[in-house]
Design a protein around this ligand. Structure first.
Ligand code: HXC
Length: 258
């Protein structure tokens, strides 16, 4: 696809992204790096993370730092922020894309199972916010939270994720209001089914069945979310904060009829 974005627009800017090893996070890092940003990608799988950072540098020509971290650990996040600042000197944009999920009815979901997803998604987002905010204030930067649409209705087998994502949406709005006067923005993206992601693998639904319930007739690509991030972090979106962008091919408007 011919780019509608200006080459080099993110040169000198630094992206810090949790869940950057694969899927939506990887794609956002790749597009931002293609337009000149340096990136620090976080994930639990140190070896996989290193391989992803090397692949990102190769495909984009920009710099990428692999920072192994579990977002449930504030110590890991502090280390990752320090490594990012030591290498790149600043943090302009933060994407919270790390998440955990599996299908389970609430009747069969142990307290630890529920808590695990809340800790990865919600506490992980809180930890990321706390660790990065001082640096993001310095650059008058921006946050993007990768949420979901499933909590807009009662989605079966998704109690943990629904509760976690609803809390993330609320956190983003508070950050927008509290930090807006300092020039920091915070927004949410709520993707629908995105092909070839860990989330879709874990939810285990057949592609054809999903596509019947999407007005645009196909699952999304990770780049559908990455292109939104390219716009959101640009000066074109300078007045956009406290918003949620649903990118789901129209799925949520016909959920229940498919
Ligand atoms: C019931 C389950 C379960 C399952 C795990 N548990 N899988 N319970 N059904 N299928 C329970 C365990 O039994 C345990 O509880 C508790 O959850 C913690 O499990 P662990 O395996 O010890 O946790 P951990 O190793 O930390 O792994 C976390 C994880 C795992 C979330 C369980 O799936 C993971 O690492 N996921 C990361 C990647 C991922 O899920 N990406 C997809 C995000 S998709 P007990 O009681 O036995 O101790 C997404 C998009 C949503 O978020 C929107 C989609 C449209």
């Amino acid at each position: 696809m011919a780019s509608i974005f200006q080459p080099g627009i993110y040169k000198g800017k630094v992206l810090f992204i949790t869940g950057g090893r694969s899927g939506i996070g990887y794609s956002i890092a790749e597009e931002m790096m293609r337009f000149g940003a340096s990136a620090c990608i976080l994930g639990r799988d140190a070896k996989g993370l290193q391989e992803s950072a090397a692949a990102l540098e190769k495909s984009t020509g920009s710099k990428c730092l692999a920072a192994p971290a579990d977002v449930r650990s504030k110590e890991d996040l502090a280390k990752a922020v320090k490594a990012c600042l030591d290498k790149f000197g600043r943090i302009d944009f933060v994407v919270c894309a790390a998440a955990g999920n599996f299908l389970a009815p609430i009747s069969g979901m142990s307290e630890n199972a529920f808590r695990t997803v809340i800790e990865i998604d919600t506490i992980g987002t809180y930890n990321t916010l706390k660790a990065t905010l001082p640096a993001v204030r310095e650059t008058k930067g921006a946050y993007l939270h990768i949420s979901a649409t499933l909590h807009y209705a009662g989605t079966p087998y998704q109690a943990h994720v629904s509760a976690a994502k609803a809390a993330i949406d609320a956190l983003s709005n508070v950050i927008a209001v509290e930090e807006g006067p300092r020039g920091v923005r915070s927004n949410v993206c709520a993707p629908g089914p995105i092909a070839n992601t860990e989330g879709m693998k874990r939810l285990g639904t057949k592609g054809r069945e999903i596509e019947r319930g999407i007005p645009l007739g196909k699952q999304g690509d990770t780049t559908d979310i990455a292109y939104y991030a390219l716009w959101l972090f640009s000066p074109a979106a300078a007045w956009v904060t406290g918003s949620t962008m649903v990118i789901d091919g129209g799925q949520m408007h016909i959920r229940g009829t498919s």
